[in-house]
Design a protein around this ligand. Structure first.
Ligand SMILES: *Cc1c(COP(=O)(O)O)cnc(C)c1O
Length: 436
């Protein structure tokens, strides 16, 4: 099938996400026929290096043979069964393994399909916990400025991205935001750690004045949709203390940063904290199937454990704990062990940082930053529609880049090789030269 045919049919029948559809009059959709490793191929033999891991989900490449085999094997046994009143091996194994990997004490896994649903669940569980404890007034939530926790109504109420939020303001519960510890906002001469602690003080000031707060929700170490804003782990440490002190749940949204993305299996490890809720999605299934999980502590779990049905957590999605998705997740965890992925990623990151020196030192590049397998920088450019222009120039150079404003980022699948990193860096430098 030629590309053009599929594009026309897609535009007339598919309403694409996060897209002003009229823009596709000028900027064509990219039809993808197949994927292999870090590469996506169209129907006419053109290829694109997936430097954004297909919206941050892919870990071990497209059509990974080991994950394919695991899903195929599961497909021959059980494709799905409802998880209310029933259970199956993949969901039990996955829950046990996640509990072993995560900070100790998060032994109760509640499943859904998408990241936003995990956020909804954590918010509902938190408020319901306080209600079960006789504190029904605790229904408020706090998030960071420029936070992103998903786009369903509850999740959007703790998301602070104007573009996603403005049209729906009237539908949303009003929650508070506090200053982001994003080190780009530090004063001249102020260290990232000092700025992080100053922001934690601002959170404390808020907590001192408001006594109806159920939970504080945060993306540990990197605020992805804010433009890969990075901050010092001291913030998380201090906030962990404040949450205990003021009786507020700490929700760690590791949907984007979990599964090794920041260099440790979970970003929380770098601050040595144990949140009350840990949210995972995106990479958890290796980027194969929709799966999310809310990991909760014993203390949370016990507050729901009672004779009355109404004290239980009565929330469900049809595909909760889907066996195929859980098997993909188990295969993904196996690869982490078999290939010693976290060590391999450290070597890959060091290599990419070495070859990226000309990019980091480019006179038009600002705030070059890296943590684990995430890189980002701002490009000083007069171009009015930088992100879209950069995206188009990248496609011409076999790259899938998807800048946010003037922020270019790399979030490649972990299987990226040295030659592919060279392609990524040299061609991005070329694009920066064109647009700067
Ligand atoms: C992507 C993302 C979500 C939402 O996940 P979806 O699967 O897109 O609903 C929530 N939180 C963070 C930090 C994310 O990056």
């Amino acid at each position: 099938m030629p590309n053009a045919d599929l594009l026309a049919r897609s535009l007339s029948s598919v309403w694409h996400p996060c897209t002003q559809m009229k823009r596709h009059e000028a900027l064509p959709l990219v039809p993808i026929a197949r994927g292999e490793g870090v590469w996506l191929y169209d129907f006419e033999g053109r290829r694109y290096l997936d430097a954004v891991s297909s919206w941050w989900v892919n870990l071990f490449g497209h059509c990974n043979l080991r994950i394919n085999a695991a899903i195929t094997e599961q497909l021959g046994k059980l494709e799905h069964v409802m998880l209310a009143g029933f259970t199956h091996e993949p969901v039990v194994q996955l829950s046990e393994r996640l509990a072993q990997l995560a900070p100790a004490g998060l032994g109760h896994c509640f499943y859904a399909s998408d990241g936003a649903s995990a956020t909804e669940i954590a918010l509902k569980m938190s408020a319901h916990y306080w209600r079960n404890l006789g504190k029904p007034q605790k229904t408020g939530f706090i998030s960071l400025q420029n936070s992103y926790h998903g786009e369903t109504l509850g999740a959007l109420s703790v998301t602070d991205v104007a573009l996603f939020r403005d049209a729906y303001g009237a539908l949303l519960k009003q929650n508070a935001t506090v200053a982001s510890p994003d080190w780009r906002n530090a004063e001249a001469g102020e260290s990232a750690a000092d700025y992080a602690l100053r922001c934690a003080d601002m959170l404390e000031a808020h907590l001192r004045q408001h006594h109806d707060i159920a939970a504080f929700i945060v993306e540990p170490l990197v605020q992805g949709a804010a433009g890969m804003a990075m901050y010092h782990p001291a913030y998380l440490q201090r906030v962990g203390e404040l949450c205990s002190q003021y009786g507020v749940h700490f929700i760690a949204d590791e949907i984007a940063v979990g599964m090794g993305r920041t260099g440790t299996m979970f970003a929380c490890e770098q601050a040595d904290i144990r949140p009350d809720f840990l949210l995972l999605s995106k990479g958890i299934s290796g980027g194969y199937l929709p799966l999310s999980v809310v990991m909760a502590t014993d203390e949370i779990y016990r507050a729901f454990y009672a004779d009355e049905a109404a004290r239980g957590f009565l929330h469900s999605h049809s595909y909760t704990g889907n066996p195929l998705a859980c098997r993909a997740a188990l295969a993904t965890l196996d690869i982490f062990v078999q290939d010693d992925v976290l060590s391999a990623n450290r070597r890959k990151a060091a290599y990419l940082n070495r070859i990226a020196a000309p990019l980091r030192e480019h006179p038009r590049v600002r705030n070059f930053r890296n943590i684990g397998m995430i890189w980002a920088f701002e490009v000083e450019s007069q171009h009015p529609d930088f992100a879209q222009r950069c995206f188009a120039l990248a496609l011409q150079r076999e790259l899938l880049l998807r800048p946010m404003g003037n922020t270019v980022y790399f979030m490649p699948p972990y299987v990226i090789g040295e030659e592919e990193m060279q392609i990524l860096v040299t061609r991005t430098l070329d694009i920066v030269e064109v647009l700067a």
